[in-house]
Design a protein around this ligand. Structure first.
Ligand SMILES: Nc1ncnc2c1ncn2[C@@H]1O[C@H](COP(=O)(O)OP(=O)(O)OP(=O)(O)O)[C@@H](O)[C@H]1O
Ligand SMILES: [Mg+2]
Length: 380
């Protein structure tokens, strides 16, 4: 707690003088000190001198309260608008329009160019009377900026990812239309196959982006039902074998008994599909899948199921392990879009599970996710 951050009356800042007395039977409202507020709070008295400068304001402005208290608002908070104009001169709370009671939230600059969101309230004893206090609220924009930046990056990457397959679709169809007669059937087939594969890529990318937007906005909906995860893994293996992979490429080990698992079967399929695809595409050798019972990662629940997918490929370099779950990260040129593991992590976490990456005994990559039983509340 910093010195001098109390209001002069020592009254909690939410209680205005002259506020109606609390009802007898109502419990006393908790006394919230200015330093407990998550946002910066600066209060100036009727002469415009700073009388309160809370801890968050110190942090946001990098000015100790001791220096700010007693200064004029303009000196304690030398805010400028984005055109470089002094904000307090512009708004003039004390001598400006007497009907004004507040300043809406605005993006302003502190010295050094640091951005803050500022809103203010002019407290008057009576409407249009002189200003008794100016209460200023400061909010850090760093976190908001960061999300805005990451959205802008996402859009740029998405546009780039969509452009290359579409360029190929456009290029091949245009060539075929213009010079249809000049190609042999084999050449035409090859071109149409490429167009087909690229169209699939665009469709898949768009489906992945929709998943990402649901994950990022917390709107990923789970339709939980009992899931036999060992059977689900087996189905994936059978699909690979049917598609031409050798059955020796996969080894499934299931430790029984397994606790029951309530999860969204489609989403769990997506997780397994991505991890197995990565092991087959980026890894090598035999892909081993271990399904075991585990202690739950969630407190107050004992059981969980964990699935470990290990391969004998090159593995993931130690220095990249903390990046594999970020979107668009791919280790080599051979990678896909780099969204698979980001989505996997989003789905596992939506199930209150955890996922980790490590090195298999054979040196390959090893991904392990653990899902709590997840019995819906109405069955407990
Ligand atoms: N089993 C593995 N062995 C080696 N490297 C892997 C393995 N799994 C993933 N990686 C590396 O991690 C990167 C990111 O994987 P991720 O699944 O997120 O994207 P992707 O497979 O490249 O594309 P997408 O899954 O979106 O089609 C891959 O590009 C690859 O370099
Ligand atoms: Mg992948």
């Amino acid at each position: 707690m910093s010195v001098g951050t109390r209001t002069p009356t020592g009254r909690p800042s939410g209680t205005a003088p002259g506020a109606p007395p609390a009802r007898e039977d109502a419990p006393d409202p908790p006394a919230v000190g200015p330093d407990e507020l998550p946002d910066g709070l600066v209060v100036a008295d009727e002469r415009g001198r700073v009388v309160c400068f809370n801890a968050a304001a110190e942090r946001i402005t990098a000015t100790p309260a001791g220096e700010a208290l007693g200064l004029s608002l303009e000196r304690a908070l030398p805010l400028e608008d984005l055109e470089g104009r002094r904000w307090w001169r512009l708004t003039d709370p004390y001598d400006g329009l007497t009907i004004r009671t507040r300043q809406p939230e605005r993006n302003l600059l502190l010295p050094g160019g640091r951005e803050v969101l500022v809103s203010a309230r002019y407290v008057r004893e009576r409407p249009t009377g002189p200003v008794r206090r100016v209460v200023v609220c400061l909010r850090d924009t760093e976190a908001r900026r960061r999300t805005e930046r990451s959205h802008a990056e996402l859009i740029a990457t998405v546009a780039h990812e969509l452009r290359s397959p579409l360029t190929s679709v456009k290029g091949f169809t245009a060539t075929l239309l213009a010079k249809w007669e000049r190609f042999t059937d084999d050449q035409k087939r090859l071109m149409l196959e490429t167009v087909d594969a690229d169209a699939d890529r665009v469709t898949r990318l768009i489906a992945e982006l929709l998943d990402i937007s649901r994950i990022d906005s917390g709107r990923l909906e789970l339709r939980r039902q009992p899931v036999d995860i060992a059977a689900a893994v087996d189905r994936h293996i059978q699909a690979y074998v049917a598609a031409g992979q050798s059955p020796d490429r996969f080894r499934l080990r299931v430790e029984r008994p397994l606790p029951g698992l309530w999860a969204d079967p489609d989403k769990i399929d997506q997780v397994l599909g991505n991890l197995l695809e990565n092991a087959v595409r980026h890894g090598g050798g035999t892909v081993t899948i271990d399904v075991t019972a585990q202690a739950s990662p969630r407190e107050g629940e004992e059981a969980a199921t964990s699935v470990t997918v290990s391969d004998e490929g090159p593995g993931i370099p130690e220095e990249s392990m903390n990046r594999v779950f970020t979107r668009f990260w791919r280790g080599s040129k051979r990678g896909g879009t780099g969204l698979g593991l980001y989505i996997v992590k989003g789905i596992v976490e939506a199930h209150s599970g955890v996922i980790t990456v490590g090195r298999a005994a054979s040196g390959g990559a090893q991904f392990r996710f653990t899902l709590p039983v997840g019995t819906p509340a109405y069955l407990l």
